[in-house]
Design a binder for this molecule. Structure first.
Ligand SMILES: [Zn+2]
Length: 48
């Protein structure tokens, strides 16, 4: 058993959620929401 599963890898797809309409996509680094063009947020990244 190890705890390295939580490590973020920029080459791995992760889940992003649209700030504006809530659309969720899986991608490596989406530029903008495919539905409305708003900024996407990585759901694994806490808001600061
Ligand atoms: Zn959107």
């Amino acid at each position: 058993m190890n705890q390295k599963d939580a490590e973020l890898d920029p080459q791995t797809e992760s889940t992003y959620e649209c700030f504006d309409c809530g659309t969720v996509v899986r991608a490596t680094a989406p530029d903008a929401c495919p539905e409305c063009g708003a900024e996407m947020r990585n759901r694994r990244t806490p808001i600061e």
